[in-house]
Write a protein that binds this ligand. Structure first.
Ligand SMILES: C[S@@+](CC[C@H](N)C(=O)[O-])C[C@H]1O[C@@H](n2cnc3c(N)ncnc32)[C@H](O)[C@@H]1O
Length: 236
């Protein structure tokens, strides 16, 4: 997806500005920030421009290559790694896992393992922030669903979504239709309800200190599109 990723989500604008404001109120720049699943740097670049010292981890060398192509000052450092088995040399004031990336870990064990790694990666007084979709968005789908998105003047994105409610998993097949033909990219996500997330965090030595419906700290409701969750170390 590295070649089309930046057409899918905004790389600037109000949504990114309000994320930066949220993080700045939590731990202001120039705090150190680790982004898990940093991708093409869509968020990391504006965060670095705001003054955060950003390190990004991603399993995809192609996404990281795009990040360094996009990074105007070359200030962002990165490593190719699986964030379900995170080992970091440094400790960070903020750990960010944005845009449903935490749910890309397909089992409960891997999600707990990731949270343990985050626990160890946090500096004293640090905080980790997760942006996920509301599990209800997918859990309510009783049959396969298709969504259409715009990629470019001559390219279209078709997402077919199939949910397994028992496994809390969603298989999304992204079909990209463009001048180069048709390409399919499957993506599995495993959603966790807030109560389960809280227990997984506790098992990893963390505690949830806040949960909102958006970067503007709006309150949660059942219909909320996303969840913004803040965790800190239990002994902090
Ligand atoms: C949805 S993208 C989000 C990218 C970026 N954070 C953003 O908001 O635009 C998820 C990213 O996580 C990476 N990723 C998924 N699973 C991973 C894993 N287990 N370890 C490291 N990176 C992973 C993917 O390669 C992809 O770049």
């Amino acid at each position: 997806m590295a070649d089309v990723y930046d057409s899918l989500y905004p790389t600037s604008g109000p949504a990114i500005d309000s994320m930066i404001t949220f993080l700045d109120e939590l731990r202001p720049a120039p705090a150190s920030l680790l982004e898990l699943g940093v991708g093409t740097g869509r968020l990391a670049i504006p965060l670095a421009e705001h003054g955060y010292r950003v390190h990004g981890v991603d399993a995809s060398p192609a996404m990281l290559a795009k990040l360094h192509e996009n990074d105007p000052t070359g200030g962002i450092t990165s490593s190719v790694a699986d964030f379900s088995a995170l080992v970091v040399e440094e400790r960070y004031d903020l750990v960010l896992t944005a845009l449903n990336t935490f749910f890309m870990l397909p089992t409960q064990e891997l999600q707990i393992s990731c949270l343990r790694g985050i626990h160890d990666a946090l500096a004293d007084g640090g905080a980790a922030v997760f942006e996920t979709y509301n599990p209800q968005n997918y859990h309510r789908l009783s049959e396969a669903t298709t969504q259409i998105g715009h990629l470019a003047a001559d390219a279209l994105l078709l997402d077919t979504i199939q949910v397994n409610r028992q496994l809390q998993s969603a298989l999304v097949v992204h079909t990209i239709l463009g001048p180069a033909g048709l390409r399919k990219v499957p993506e599995v996500s495993r959603y966790a309800w807030p109560a389960e997330f809280d227990v997984m965090a506790r098992l990893a030595g963390l505690r949830v200190t806040g949960r909102w419906a958006g970067w503007d700290r709006s309150p949660l409701s059942e219909l909320t599109e996303k969840h913004i969750v803040v965790v800190e170390r239990q002994n902090a």
